[in-house]
Design a protein around this ligand. Structure first.
Ligand SMILES: Nc1ncnc2c1ncn2[C@@H]1O[C@H](COP(=O)(O)OP(=O)(O)OP(=O)(O)O)[C@@H](O)[C@H]1O
Ligand SMILES: [Mg+2]
Length: 422
């Protein structure tokens, strides 16, 4: 249980760390990339601006030192036909530039094919040249940014590698944090479980003393008790029996939580259980004017399990069948052995109140009761079926439920604990 919680926490924490880091790295990458490109754009734009005014005066393109770093430096006339240039200005590029001018994209990034092997990435700027107030063309300046682009790619790869490292680190940190977070919960849970187990255990002795005293009192004073006192005595005995069931359930749940169910197995004959269970429930059903029938395997059956747990399993279903039926209803216990699958099987069928469809998937949850009023009337804490479920799970068994409201319920259980048959 705690392992699953720890795993879920680790996953959530590492996902949070990782997403935060990923967002941070993505922002860093784009800020860096934009900053680098933008600084080149400003530089190229400045050159274009200076040259535009110079060209207007001299009608010449100056070849200053800084211009060597430029891939393209040209004057483009208004109609895009007359060109004065230094460096390479293929026709394709000229058309490209006039298209960009038409679209109003005076600065930007451009990829051109200069030769078969040369395809530089350029940042260009086009600045209008004015002569006597009239625009005669544009100064076109472009700078190759392949190195810059490579640098940005390197930056991206570095961030990606850092991201992977951070992901690994976030899993380690998340695992550590999850362990620390689960620790106090685990400690409290263990303490609470131990308390429930100890308290239930401690309550057993006074309850059996109480129960024995009631029996003694009934035997001694039976003839002298009035009808109402007898009724009170019966109620007291029922309450003690309820308390005993509750304590059994709490102890079984504590064992289930400690994963100690199905740990003390031994070989025992099925008769050992049926000989006490069947007369007890026949009598109880008879007393409540309900019909009880049973079918047992014809041959001797030996089981390999903890007899206390198998007895508890049977009584949980039989108790429910008795609780959730009315006068004249039927309760049928069927026990058989499936030799082929080495399974011990039983079913408990009743013609009682039934379980509504929407509750059927919940009744194996702890403390779940279909209808609180109904459960209070009949007594019960909603633990029986959850314990049955834990026991069946511990023995790798299966349970099937069929129930129709107001018609009845059948629980069928299959457990691979058959030792010998016949
Ligand atoms: N045979 C049945 N017929 C109708 N309803 C049933 C039957 N068995 C179980 N239920 C419903 O399922 C609920 C859960 O059963 P469960 O045995 O876990 O608890 P409980 O009987 O209320 O209390 P406890 O068994 O702890 O004394 C019951 O409250 C009841 O509403
Ligand atoms: Mg029950």
């Amino acid at each position: 249980m705690f392992k699953t919680l720890q795993r879920k926490l680790t996953f959530t924490y590492s996902l949070c760390f990782f997403l935060t880091l990923a967002v941070l790295f993505i922002i860093l990458f784009f800020v860096f990339k934009n900053f680098i490109y933008q600084s080149v754009v400003w530089q190229v734009d400045d050159i274009a601006h200076d040259q535009a005014s110079e060209y207007a005066e001299t009608q010449r393109l100056e070849g200053g030192v800084f211009k060597h770093s430029l891939q393209l430096f040209a004057f483009l006339s208004n109609n895009g036909k007359d060109v004065v240039y230094r460096g390479a200005l293929p026709d394709d590029l000229r058309h490209n530039l006039t298209d960009k001018l038409r679209d109003g994209q005076n600065t930007g990034l451009m990829n051109i094919q200069l030769s078969r092997h040369e395809k530089p990435l350029l940042i260009y700027a086009m600045e209008p040249v004015r002569e006597e107030g009239r625009q005669i063309g544009y100064i076109v300046v472009a700078k190759e940014v392949n190195r810059t682009h490579e640098q940005i790619e390197l930056w991206f790869r570095t961030l990606f590698a850092l991201g992977l490292g951070a992901a690994g680190l976030s899993i380690i940190i998340a695992h550590f944090l999850a362990r620390r977070a689960v620790l106090p919960v685990k400690r409290n849970y263990e303490r609470q479980r131990a308390f429930v187990a100890d308290a239930s255990h401690e309550m057993r002795t006074p309850l059996s003393v109480f129960s024995a005293s009631l029996e003694f009192f009934e035997a001694e004073e039976k003839d002298r008790l009035s009808e109402s006192s007898k009724e009170t005595l019966r109620d007291l005995k029922d309450e003690v029996s309820e308390m005993n069931t509750l304590i059994d359930h709490l102890l079984a749940l504590a064992r289930a939580d400690r994963d100690t169910l199905a740990s003390k197995k031994s070989d025992f004959p099925l008769d050992q259980l049926t000989q006490s269970i069947i007369p007890y429930y026949s009598q109880k059903a008879g007393g409540a004017q309900k019909k009880f029938s049973f079918t047992l395997p014809a041959k001797t059956v030996f089981l390999n399990a903890n007899p206390i747990e198998i007895r508890q399993l049977l009584t949980i279903f039989l108790d429910n069948a008795l609780k959730y039926t009315q006068r004249h209803d039927l309760i049928a216990l069927k026990i058989w052995a499936d030799e082929k699958k080495q399974q011990f099987c039983f079913s408990v069928e009743d013609s009682g109140v039934g379980i509504p469809e929407e509750d059927q998937k919940h009744i194996f949850e702890r403390f779940y009761r279909v209808e609180k009023g109904r459960a209070r009337q009949s007594g019960g804490s909603g633990l029986g079926l959850s314990i049955a479920h834990e026991i069946i799970k511990a023995y790798n068994g299966r349970i099937d439920l069929r129930s129709v409201p107001d018609k009845g319920t059948t629980f069928q259980v299959m457990l691979p604990i058959l030792k010998t048959f016949g």
